[in-house]
Write a protein that binds this ligand. Structure first.
Ligand SMILES: [Zn+2]
Ligand SMILES: [Zn+2]
Length: 363
C-alpha cells in the first residue's frame, strides 16, 4: 500500500536472513479488515507508507532460528500452522505497562501491517512470507483447527472476545450486540459462550443477520427494516421493559452509541469496541442515559495477547459455535488486493482473505 488512496502495488523484496529468535512464515492467509480500509483512506495517523498491510495472518513455519516452542510452550516445528499476536515491542517498563496495566497504550507498541514501513521488512501479511521478529508472540494452531477458521474471524475474533471479557457478562444476562461485521459476530458467539441468557443482534444487511443466528444470536434486528422504536420495543419485550443488562457496540458508527445507551437497563454496562478509528461524534443525553441510569461505560481498544490466546482456545473447543470459515466471502491473490479492499468497503463480503501463495480465486 504505497500511500492513502493510491492503488495497491505488488513489489519484490529479498527473502530475509533470520536473526536469532526470528521465525519465517510462509503465508497461508491474511485478512482484510475494516482497519485496512481506514488505512487506505489515510484515516490512521502516523502510518509509515509504503506499508505491507495485513495484521492478522496464518502461515506455515518455513524456518526458525533457535525457536522450538510457541509463546505458550507448545512445540513448534517447520511445517506447523501458526498465527501470531500482531502487537509487539510493548516495553514492560513504562507507566502504562507497569502501573496502569494498559499495554495497549504503551508508547513503544508496534503492530504488524500497520506501524511498519515496507522498507523495514516483510512485516505484514499481504506478502508471500512474513518475518516474525524476535519476541513476536507465535501461537501454533491447535490440532484440527484450520487456517480458514482462524482467518475467517481474523482480528474480529480477538476483538469480539476482548469486548465480551471487558463487559463482564453475568450468567443469564440479556446482551445486545450492535453490529454484524466480524467483531459483532464474534461478540455474539462469545457472549453466548460466556453464559448470556439471550443475545440480541442489531445490524445489516440481511445476509449478515442470518449469519448472526448461526453464531448463536437469539434474535437479529435489521437497522434497514426495523426502525429504532421497534428495536427498542423488541429489547424491552425480552426484559420486562427494563432494557438490556449489557450492550456491546461493534459498528464503528457514532449513531449507534445513543441508541445503545437507551437500550441499556438502569445500572447496566455498555462496552464501545467498534470505534477503533476516529469516525466522528454523537450527541448523548447524559442525564437520562448515563447519570440517572447509573450506566457503566467502558471502551475496548484493540486486544491484548491474553485475548488472542484465550479466543483461540475457545475456537478450538467450540468450532461449531464459532463457524468463522463460513464468513469468508472472497479469496484474493496479491494482484487483487485492491479489489478485496473495495469489496470489504462496499460490504460485498463480510470477510475478505488475501492468499499470497495461491488459491486466491477472487470473490
Ligand atoms: Zn510500555
Ligand atoms: Zn483488523
Amino acid at each position: 500500500m504505497p500511500g492513502p488512496r493510491k492503488a495497491i502495488e505488488v513489489r519484490d523484496f529479498p527473502s530475509p536472513d533470520l536473526e536469532p529468535g526470528a521465525v519465517l512464515l510462509e503465508t497461508v492467509a491474511s485478512e482484510v479488515c475494516g482497519t485496512d480500509v481506514h488505512l487506505h483512506h489515510g484515516r490512521l495517523a502516523g502510518v509509515p507508507f509504503p506499508i505491507i498491510p495485513g495484521h492478522v495472518s496464518v502461515g506455515k513455519v518455513a524456518a526458525a532460528n533457535g525457536i522450538h516452542v510457541d509463546a505458550l510452550g507448545t512445540p513448534l516445528a517447520e511445517g506447523d500452522l501458526a498465527t501470531f499476536y500482531d502487537v509487539h515491542e510493548t516495553c514492560g517498563q513504562c507507566f502504562y505497562c507497569l502501573v496502569a496495566k494498559q499495554p495497549n497504550r504503551c508508547p513503544s507498541r508496534r503492530v504488524y501491517g500497520i506501524t511498519y514501513s515496507a522498507e523495514d521488512g516483510l512485516l505484514g501479511g499481504w506478502a508471500e512470507q512474513i518475518y516474525l521478529k524476535p519476541g513476536v508472540k507465535i501461537l501454533k494452531l491447535a490440532e484440527g483447527l484450520t487456517a480458514d477458521e482462524v482467518i475467517g474471524g481474523g482480528c474480529g475474533l480477538f476483538t469480539g472476545f476482548a469486548a465480551v471479557d471487558r463487559a463482564d457478562i453475568a450468567m443469564g444476562d440479556t446482551v445486545v450486540v450492535q453490529g454484524t461485521g466480524p467483531v459483532g459476530l464474534a461478540t455474539a458467539a462469545f457472549a453466548g459462550l460466556r453464559g448470556a441468557g439471550a443475545v440480541v443482534v442489531i445490524g445489516a444487511p440481511a445476509a449478515r443477520l442470518e449469519m448472526a443466528m448461526t453464531f448463536g444470536a437469539d434474535a437479529a434486528l435489521s437497522i434497514e427494516r426495523c426502525p429504532p422504536h421497534e428495536r427498542d420495543a423488541a429489547v424491552r419485550e425480552r426484559t420486562a421493559g427494563r432494557g438490556a443488562d449489557v450492550v456491546i457496540e461493534a459498528t464503528g458508527n457514532p449513531a449507534a452509541v445513543p441508541e445503545g445507551l437507551r437500550l441499556l437497563r438502569d445500572g447496566g454496562t455498555y462496552v464501545i469496541a467498534g470505534h477503533y478509528t476516529d469516525v466522528g461524534t454523537a450527541t448523548v443525553n447524559f442525564h437520562t442515559d448515563v447519570n440517572r441510569k447509573h450506566a457503566d461505560i467502558r471502551g475496548q481498544w484493540g486486544t491484548e495477547f491474553r485475548h488472542v490466546a484465550r479466543a483461540l482456545t475457545l475456537l478450538a473447543r467450540h468450532r461449531d459455535r464459532l463457524p468463522f470459515a463460513s464468513v469468508i466471502g472472497g479469496r484474493y491473490g496479491l494482484t487483487d488486493a485492491g479489489r478485496a479492499l473495495a469489496d470489504v468497503e462496499a460490504l460485498r463480503v463480510t470477510k475478505a482473505v488475501i492468499m499470497p501463495n495461491g488459491n486466491g480465486e477472487g470473490a
